[in-house]
Design a protein around this ligand. Structure first.
Ligand SMILES: Nc1ncnc2c1ncn2[C@@H]1O[C@H](COP(=O)(O)OP(=O)(O)OP(=O)(O)O)[C@@H](O)[C@H]1O
Ligand SMILES: [Mg+2]
Length: 265
């Protein structure tokens, strides 16, 4: 079972959009997928129009069995554990718990019936994000096309390096650094991609060309639809399809990603 966390300390870089489309994309290809929202903003539930009474906060406090928080088939093959602002209080509530960084991993131990778990996280390196990272074995790092997003990505990678030092026995790979809001005609995008190319760790994991800026993603969210449901011919649908191809088969797609990068796309 693959376990993928979508993280970046910087807000508004496309984490939730990416988590939803990776999860729904894999499910659309026949995988059984569990999407978990670890962000108290609860944006995944809003985006998919799912508002269950039992959420991740109840799972982490042990108030319910994990199975009872899973909303089945929010899309074909896609199940969800949603979040709400109730999770804001968890940080304080769990601060005294033993092994508090691995509560999510332990609560999910009996959940084995999926091909993949995808976790969305909040724009912070807090206890909930650590829990997401200590469940996951793979990380997707969406990065918007501005300096602050790149700084956020670097800080996030530093945080992941610290986790690796604290839990050296755990494997946690950077599956992709994913450029988002890409607009190749702007100086901001070119400068951002250049800055990412200068960071050795980011460069080695950069998925080019990434996800182009596309207003249809906003409209899709407003309609509570995925981009493939709302605008299957849009740029964002094309780009997320290409990215899910890569996530499904990282070894195969990295080759062509390199080719595009070399071609200067
Ligand atoms: N490639 C894109 N082009 C245009 N708009 C986008 C793109 N990706 C995401 N958006 C929009 O930008 C907004 C922020 O995206 P999203 O919620 O995915 O970011 P986030 O990183 O999860 O934010 P937060 O840090 O607050 O959780 C949303 O309205 C989303 O629809
Ligand atoms: Mg989000």
């Amino acid at each position: 079972m693959r376990k993928i966390a979508v993280v970046n300390m910087k807000g508004g870089v496309g984490k939730t959009t990416t988590a939803i489309h990776v999860a729904a994309g894999l499910a659309g290809r026949g995988a059984r997928v569990l999407l978990i929202d670890m962000d108290p903003q609860g944006n995944v539930g809003h985006a998919l129009a799912v508002h269950p009474p039992v959420t991740i906060a109840d799972v982490l406090t042990g108030a319910v069995e994990t199975q009872d928080a899973i909303v089945p088939n929010v899309r074909p093959g896609l199940d969800l554990i949603a979040s709400t602002p109730a999770a804001f209080a968890l940080e304080a509530r769990l601060s005294g718990a033993t092994q508090r960084e691995t509560i999510l991993a332990r609560r999910l131990r009996g959940v084995n019936s999926y091909d993949a778990i995808v976790v969305d996280s909040s724009p912070a390196m807090n206890l909930l994000t650590y829990n997401a990272l200590l469940l996951a074995h793979e990380v997707i790092l969406p990065v918007g096309m501005d300096l602050m997003a790149i700084i956020g990505a670097r800080q996030t990678l530093n945080g992941i390096a610290e986790l690796r030092e604290l839990w050296p026995e755990r494997s946690l790979d950077i599956l992709a650094v994913l450029p988002t809001f890409v607009n190749a005609t702007t100086h901001a995008t070119r400068a951002a991609l250049d800055a990412m190319d200068r960071d050795g760790e980011i460069r080695g994991r950069l998925f080019r060309p990434g996800i182009r800026q596309c207003i249809d993603l906003n409209y899709a969210t407003a309609r509570r639809q995925t981009i493939w449901e709302y605008a299957p011919r849009s740029r964002a649908a094309e780009d997320y399809t290409q990215f899910v191809d890569y996530v499904e088969n990282p070894a195969g797609e990295r080759q062509s990603g390199k080719k595009e990068a070399n071609a200067g796309v």
